[in-house]
Design a protein around this ligand. Structure first.
Ligand code: GAP
Length: 423
């Protein structure tokens, strides 16, 4: 983990937020490479959801909602972390993290666990006394339930169907830590799948498999992924599984597959007074759709992908990221930076490729140093323009993982890279 955190800062993947002021615990910024990788990841998820599944549409909901939402959802009452306080040094600890009854910092005795709500409040309005207390959303999915009726009325969707969203969520985590794993501001990707109550079993198994297959398709070592079955369930849930990164040295959960039944729509119908039932147009049957949720952390996936790809070999550090996820797909170098003919040819290749593919340019130092740098940021292919290129319009392509070099025609480069990126 320490090596990943250092690499993230050194190469511009992730920085501690507001670092010049000493930072703020549980908040991070994505740097130039991090934002590209995170966007790649989100695009892969979004396209997979909405293009590969006919009956799924997306939304992008507001972060602040009517505060009643959090009453209806149960978060105001039960979104709590039990904390214990040391009677001597007054440090607070998550009850789950404590073994025994003594303070880990000073050995003082601890209070009984007390509950603290982790919803993050926000004040709306400017006039003292008239301000409204609202909340930053504690889970992104609530907006999907709120928009469910609007989506149904404005599209031609019929049950079963899904609404998906990628968006920020906020939690006053008592013990933020482990880098991106437990933050106070983070991003979730959610699918809420609306189906008939009697089809829940079949859809639950379907989504469990679909999501695992998707994660396996982007991780370097798919064998590092597994399921965790929850034994302790919410009262409305019949099943809940986590997809885990089992090789993790910290927490393991990446995504939850949750049986939410009719809980959310029934509660919002009750608290809003609106009819949120669904009428089957053919049979005229009226019912509250049941929901299966797949809710994952974008930042946790990002972190686990880096952990999974990080490799130390003889004299190099390599991020063996899936090319689809890697920030740059290729890097272009002139063999020598002081030979104008090589630089000119290399710039032609670079300018042409970057119309359609995210490519890096590098003419610093020697080729070895450039390979070292690109390996460390996960660039799958390095293209070098050398003296032979000026004669026969070919270049070398060096593969990040095998370090093998092969010659290709310049006019075949784009299709070579595009083909490889499809695999
Ligand atoms: N809508 C259901 C829900 O929010 P969750 O298990 O609390 O369920 C879903 O969160 C996912 O969000 C988790 O599997 C995790 O990947 C991510 N997540 C939750 N809390 C997080 C935090 N404090 N920091 C980073 N990611 C978090």
């Amino acid at each position: 983990m320490e090596k990943i955190v250092a690499l993230c800062k050194r190469r511009g993947f992730v920085y501690p937020s507001s670092e010049i002021y000493g930072g703020l615990q549980g908040f991070y910024d994505f740097g130039p490479l991090g934002v590209v990788m995170k966007n790649n990841l989100k695009r892969l998820w979004w396209d997979w959801m909405t293009k590969e599944h006919e009956n799924i549409v997306g939304i992008d909901g507001a972060i602040i909602t009517n505060p009643k939402v959090w009453e209806a959802s149960g978060h105001l009452k039960s979104f709590v972390d039990p904390l214990m306080e040391c009677k001597k040094c007054h440090h607070r600890f998550k009850a789950d993290d404590i073994e025994g009854d003594k303070c880990p910092d000073c050995g003082g005795s601890l209070t009984e666990p007390k509950n603290f709500n982790i919803l993050m409040p926000a004040e709306l309005g400017v006039i003292e006394g008239e301000k409204i207390k609202a909340y930053l959303r504690g889970e992104a999915c609530q907006t999907i339930y709120l928009d469910y009726k609007n989506v149904l009325d404005s599209t031609r969707l019929k049950i079963p169907f899904g609404i998906c969203q990628i968006g920020k969520a906020f939690r006053n985590e008592i013990t933020p830590g482990n880098f991106l794993f437990r933050q106070r501001e983070f991003e979730q990707w959610d699918l809420q799948w609306f189906c008939r109550p009697d089809e829940m079993e079949q859809w639950f198994e379907y989504w469990k498999k679909e999501r695992m297959d998707w994660f396996k398709s982007i991780f370097t070592h798919p064998e590092n992924l597994g399921f965790y079955k929850h034994e302790k369930l919410a009262h409305y849930a019949k099943k809940a599984f986590d997809i885990e990164y089992i090789a993790s040295p910290i927490g393991k959960e990446i995504e939850g597959i949750h049986w939410r039944g009719d809980w959310d729509l029934s509660r919002h119908a009750q608290f809003s007074g609106q009819d949120l039932s669904y009428t089957d147009q053919e049979t005229k049957e009226k019912f509250i759709p049941n929901i299966i949720e797949t809710s994952g952390g974008v930042d946790r996936t990002f972190l686990f992908l880096l952990l999974d790809a990080y490799t130390e070999e003889a004299d190099r550090i390599v991020l063996k990221l899936n090319p689809k996820v890697a920030p740059y797909k290729a890097a272009v170098f002139p063999l020598l930076a002081n030979k104008p003919a090589l630089v000119k040819k290399a710039r032609e290749v670079y300018d042409d490729l970057r119309q359609s593919i995210y490519v890096a340019w590098d003419d610093r130092g020697n080729i070895g140093k450039r390979y070292f740098f690109q390996d460390e940021i996960g660039t799958p292919w390095c293209i070098t323009i050398d003296f032979q290129s000026l004669e026969d319009e070919t270049v070398t392509i060096r593969d990040r993982d095998t370090m093998k070099q092969e010659r290709y025609k310049i006019n075949e480069l784009k299709s070579y890279l595009e083909e490889r990126l499809k695999q």
